[in-house]
Design a protein around this ligand. Sequence first.
Ligand code: FAD
Ligand code: NAI
Length: 468
Amino acid sequence: MAEAPVPYDVVIIGGGPGGYNAAIRAGQLGLKVACVEMRATLGGTCLNVGCMPSKALLHASEMFDAANSEFAKIGIEVQPKLNLGQMHKAKDDSVTALTKGIEFLFKKNKADWIKGRGKIVAKGKVEVTAADGSVQTLEARNIVIATGSEPTPLPGVAFEDGKVIDSTGALSLPAVPKKLIVIGAGIIGLELGSVWRRLGAEVTVVEFLDRITPGMDTEVATAFQRTLTKQGMVFKLGAKVTGAKPVKDGVELTVEPSAGGAAETIKGDVVLVAIGRRPYTEGLGLETIGVTPDKRGFIDHDHFKVADGVWVIGDVTHGPMLAHKAEEDAVAVIDTIAGKYGHVDYALVPSVVYTFPEVAWVGQTEDQLKAAGVAYKKGKFPFTANSRAKINHETDGFVKVLADAATDKVLGVHIMGPQAGEMIHEAAITMSFGGASEDIARTCHAHPTRSEAVRQAAMDVEGWMMQA
Ligand code: FAD
Ligand code: NAI
């Protein structure tokens, strides 16, 4: 008689930053683990069509733009020529190296990658259908759902290859569009809009709200929009797209004021729809275990637990749709399954927009503090007064530190400036220790660094900023 299969301690469905980090952590803790992923490569949205390819294009296009507009100012005369094919190849090579790296980490940590689409068919059972149609059923003591998210479509604006595209399409355009229209002034719209503007496209961003980047501190967002406008991006705020008509040489969009009013038609040769992402649970078999996603499609949980032996992490559940949040969830859920202490402080998940300059923040915005009636002090320092920024001719932006008026505890830090995404972590660490603005202000910072601006902004909370 054939022996019954040995059940896995954990079967994870989805191999993105949530799923692959969970698999690696489970392997580290000696759990028998499998990760089911239906893509041809591991790494999920982030490595294949998200964080990594977008950052590759942002880096390359930033260098192209600098070579075009900044080099001559510091005495370097060049005439850069765009080789878009090579730019895409360099991006694709990096993505391949990164996804192979995850495969290596799976082997190192004894995590099995089961290739195919996973479906929960009963408690503790995941059926996997491979690309060739073959089916196997995995037995699992615990199932972790890490199926991620997908672009939200816009009603009336159907996707059409090469003309009306989502972020994945915008990562591999074969030519620079003459006129790109971006729908949504969120993170994807501004990052990928920046890429194509730097490579030569005229970029118009249509945004429903009367501001860009909801969620970003309003003072920062206002300064950020001013900077992007100076770079040549055109913003149509308080406007909604109600229809799209592909024509021979592009797409005609019908745009109406969000508050109502006369419609107008604008035309672009490519339209990028970037109005948010939605959780992905198609064909997952949630109904077989009595789970119904909420109205917006997210799976609810209680400390990652969805049902007996079923857990959820990453974009498919609540919280910021960020790779590092999915990674935090991953470690916390596996530690919890293994009987250890798993915890994520969602208030301290940093956000970074990888434009030039970058924008990064952690903790609360001034808008949130005002709305909650919290008494706070504010310190601010401009990069125009920072020596490293001045030497590098990169003085746009500032640092803002918000601290509790009574205790001086840091409540939020907001940075707009080059490498803000690298600088935000001293704020995150200070906050994770419950630190005060004075802790940053009295910590020696190396000179000349941009990080001195963080210290100076912290000094300004008590009014003893020294360099401006
Ligand atoms: P995903 O990465 O979406 O992975 C889920 C995986 O599950 C997918 O590979 C999918 O194929 C698989 N899957 C789904 N259903 C099944 C099934 N039934 N069976 C088998 N496999 C299945 N975040 C950042 O933090 N920083 C950034 O710079 C950043 N840039 C981004 C740029 C773009 C253009 C986009 C689109 C996103 C970006 N993000 C960024 C967001 C980030 O990619 C996501 O937050 C992150 O990937 C979420 O991880 P996840 O593991 O929850 O889901
Ligand atoms: P988003 O939520 O950041 O922004 C969407 C924007 O579209 C909002 O400003 C919204 O008001 C607007 N909008 C919605 N409906 C609209 C309509 N009908 N017409 C015009 N505007 C409309 O979503 P985005 O940019 O698609 O990104 C999705 C998620 O991916 C982000 O929230 C983030 O979690 C993640 N991401 C993170 C990155 C990073 O960390 N650097 C980079 C890229 C994506």
